[in-house]
Design a protein around this ligand. Structure first.
Ligand SMILES: Cc1ncc(COP(=O)(O)O)c(C=O)c1O
Length: 379
């Protein structure tokens, strides 16, 4: 039996055809017709936004910060419960991240703590230059109170929707909530181009500027005039072709991921101490990953016991993100709150969530978890 991965790529015939079309056309470059089409089709898919295709989601976050003028000496508020790629670009600009804890109801940034931090910053006379709000594991953050708090202090929001393509909040697609938003097409994401990202915005001028910076800030003159420092962040035309093939499957892939979650909930939701990541009432989570927490005393085993039991059967699962304020590299950064994400980290686990999982795979995974209940090594 072959290994079951956490969230492997899922390619189809259309992707192959488009990739070969790009190859045969000899547009083997970070320019070409598939890039233009991918940007247009993607922008439409996320509610009529302007879009620029990039080499990664991380590059998108870096450019978004630059567009908002973030630089040396600035502070940027960031969800602490995330992957390091959310916070690293803040440091690339010379600014400092300040971490905000999660709300237990969504696992995303707690709007009350955000408001408290903005208030404290205003009183100190130094507001953050931006806030990066993450839509974790395919669930949009609570944007009504978040945007209200940021609007009150005039601080712009960047939406890190890297994990949340296909999710909605109040009926609007992820990506619509910030001055700019970022998606990732890394190999583990709901749609993939092997590696890549998309920066989107309501403002065409922001996307034009990002496109300019991503192409080494090359002003239009035959000798390449450079008035600004640029970056080599554009996506290849080959990968854009793959992305176009993937994009047509989005709704079906979200539906499959939600079915995975429903399957797990039905088969192991009754076990003592098992609680799935909650779905906020205003939103529709894409369930990019199905995540749960374990009350160790009630379940009689730890998330690590489950992870090891699955691993012994060649099945990959993974702890949830370790909060950024616990990461050695960010140890000197301020954090508001912290306990909620620490508890989710202590108790959490991400289960295999790919769209190629069979009913048999899912059944095997559920039965291994069921057998682990009460079989603690260290409890
Ligand atoms: C929350 C989050 N932000 C940013 C990124 C960065 O995206 P990329 O890997 O495309 O640079 C990822 C995933 O990789 C992510 O999960």
């Amino acid at each position: 039996m072959s290994r079951i991965y956490l969230t492997p790529p899922h390619m189809g015939e259309r992707e192959r055809e488009l990739l070969l079309d790009a190859f045969d056309s000899n547009w083997i470059a970070p320019v070409g017709p598939h890039i233009d089409a991918f940007e247009r089709e993607f922008g439409e898919k996320v509610g009529g936004l302007h879009a620029v295709a990039l080499s990664s989601g991380t590059a998108g976050l870096h450019l978004a910060l630059l567009l908002l003028g973030v630089g040396r000496g600035d502070e940027v508020l960031v969800s602490t419960f995330t992957f390091a790629a959310t916070a690293n670009p803040v440091v690339y600009t010379g600014a400092t991240p300040v971490f905000i804890d999660s709300d237990r109801r969504t696992w995303n940034m707690d709007p009350g703590l955000l408001e408290d931090e903005l208030h404290a910053c205003a009183r100190r006379g130094k507001l953050p230059k931006a806030v990066i709000v993450v839509d974790i594991y395919g669930q949009c953050a609570e944007y009504d109170p978040i945007l209200e708090a940021c609007g009150k202090y005039g601080v712009p929001v960047i939406e890190d929707a890297a994990e949340a393509l296909g999710a909605t909040y109040n009926g609007l697609p992820a990506g619509k909530f910030g001055e700019a938003a970022v998606f990732s097409f890394n190999g583990n994401k709901i749609l993939t181009t092997s590696g890549g990202g998309m920066l989107v915005s309501r403002e065409a001028s922001k996307i034009e500027k990002a496109r300019f910076l991503a192409g080494q800030a090359r002003a239009s003159s035959p000798h390449y005039q450079h008035g600004e420092i640029g970056y080599n962040y554009r996506m290849s035309n080959l990968l854009a072709a793959v992305g176009r093939g993937q994009l047509v499957h989005l709704e079906e892939r979200v539906a499959r991921r939600r079915e995975n979650y429903e399957f797990y909930r039905e088969k192991i939701g009754d076990l003592p101490g098992v609680v799935f990541m909650p779905e906020a009432p205003q939103g529709r989570c894409s369930r990019w990953l199905t995540c749960l927490t374990i009350d160790i005393a009630a379940f009689g085993a730890t998330p690590e016991d489950i992870r090891q039991a699955l691993e012994a059967e060649d099945i990959e699962s993974r702890p949830v993100w370790k909060p950024m304020h616990l990461q050695p590299v960010f140890r000197d950064c301020r954090v508001r709150g912290g306990q909620v994400s620490e508890e989710i980290f202590r108790d959490g686990l991400c289960l295999p969530s790919g769209t190629t999982l069979t009913q048999e795979d899912l059944g095997r995974i559920a039965s291994i978890i069921r057998k682990t209940c009460g079989k603690a090594h260290g409890v």
